[in-house]
Design a protein around this ligand. Structure first.
Ligand code: FES
Ligand SMILES: [Fe+2]
Length: 344
């Protein structure tokens, strides 16, 4: 780990921590966000809360406790905390004991739910953070796969904007039947906190796309901190394929893929689709983990040519985000519309 903030995952922005259904009413779950351990609870009302997963008394993991009458109960000595983090009771205090726990409180994290996923901000007040992605159509199915990768947040996020790896890493027959590299021309425009490869017709549509039964329009947006949103439209049929990176402890990163569709016929394919998604993400994990070892020995990258321009943009966006936050100023997207050519 380096001290350079440009090399660390951004603080005080939203990160996906899993599927909504993992967080059941009246239950607690442990979540990691960078080096922070967080307990997430869902109240009977359905509302979520997120607090530091560390009892101030003796450091116990509160996620090992339980929810009782709306309060979080520590399993070690039963201290109780309200969902806002305020200590509400210390059962061991005798009646005559006037010790005050008014100032005992757990740090709280912002938590939100969008399109079947839970998001937590690595900080108290994600005011100027990039917006949480949301699916913009009525989906009838979703499929989520989460992999932990022994690689830095940057390395994982860069794989979202790296067209040149596809031919070498994702060369499965069902995704990329052709082995030859073709020259691609793509148009990019700045979008909030990122850039978008503007909608085009996927002429040499892969087998996976051809399942749609029509030539699809594809638009791919990248947004800080590590969000890739692929929107596929074929007539009224819609598929959203969203990929997120979330920093974990020890320099590891969660690679999250959430796919949504509004095509009822695809619901039956869901059990078949999962192994494909897992294989696809596993291909990324394998190269990312090996590349990370190389970067650990020498943390430098050589970014060359138009196939690496999006990688340069990633760092430019991150640099501007850090500058704006440091200056207390608004984020100003440093990118210009541009056509990029590469072979993939
Ligand atoms: S450690 Fe939590 S109540 Fe003692
Ligand atoms: Fe990939």
């Amino acid at each position: 780990m380096t001290g350079d903030p440009l090399r660390r995952a951004l603080d005080d922005v939203w990160y996906c921590v899993g599927e909504s259904r993992r967080f059941r009413p009246g239950r607690l779950a442990a979540v990691r966000l960078g080096e922070e351990a967080i307990v997430v609870g869902r109240e009977a009302s359905g509302a979520l809360f997120a607090l530091r997963d560390r009892c101030p008394h003796r450091g116990m993991a509160l996620s090992a406790g339980r929810l009782q009458d709306g309060n979080l109960v520590c399993p070690f000595h039963g201290w109780q905390f309200r969902p806002d983090g305020q200590c509400a009771a210390i059962p061991a205090l005798a009646r005559r004991d006037d010790a005050s726990f008014a100032t005992v409180r757990l740090p709280r994290f912002a938590v939100a739910e969008r399109s079947g996923l839970v998001w937590i901000a690595a900080g108290p007040e994600p005011a100027a953070a990039p917006p949480i992605p949301e699916v913009d159509f009525a989906y009838c199915g979703m499929l989520v796969e989460i992999l932990e990768v022994e690689a830095s947040f940057d390395l994982v996020a860069l794989s979202f904007v790296d067209p040149a790896h596809v031919a070498y890493v994702h060369d499965s027959w069902w995704w990329r039947p052709s082995k030859t590299l073709k020259e691609k021309v793509k148009h990019f425009a700045p979008s909030p906190f990122g850039f978008t490869m503007t909608s085009h017709t996927a002429k040499s549509a892969s087998f996976a796309y051809r399942l749609l039964g029509a030539v699809p329009e594809v638009e791919i947006e990248f947004r800080l901190p590590g969000v890739r949103l692929e929107r596929i439209t074929a007539g009224a049929k819609r598929i959203a394929n969203s990929t997120f990176a979330t920093p974990l402890e020890g320099g590891r990163t969660a690679l999250i893929n959430a796919m949504y569709w509004n095509i009822p016929a695809l619901n039956a394919l869901k059990p078949l689709a999962r192994p494909f998604m897992r294989q696809f993400l596993g291909q990324d994990r394998a190269v990312l983990e090996t590349a990370q070892k190389g970067l650990d020995r020498k943390p430098a990258m050589v970014l060359i040519g138009e196939s690496d321009v999006q990688s340069q943009w990633y760092f430019a966006l991150k640099r501007e985000f850090l500058r704006a936050r440091e200056a207390g100023a608004a984020f100003v997207n440093p990118l210009e519309p541009r056509e990029l050519r590469w072979r993939s």
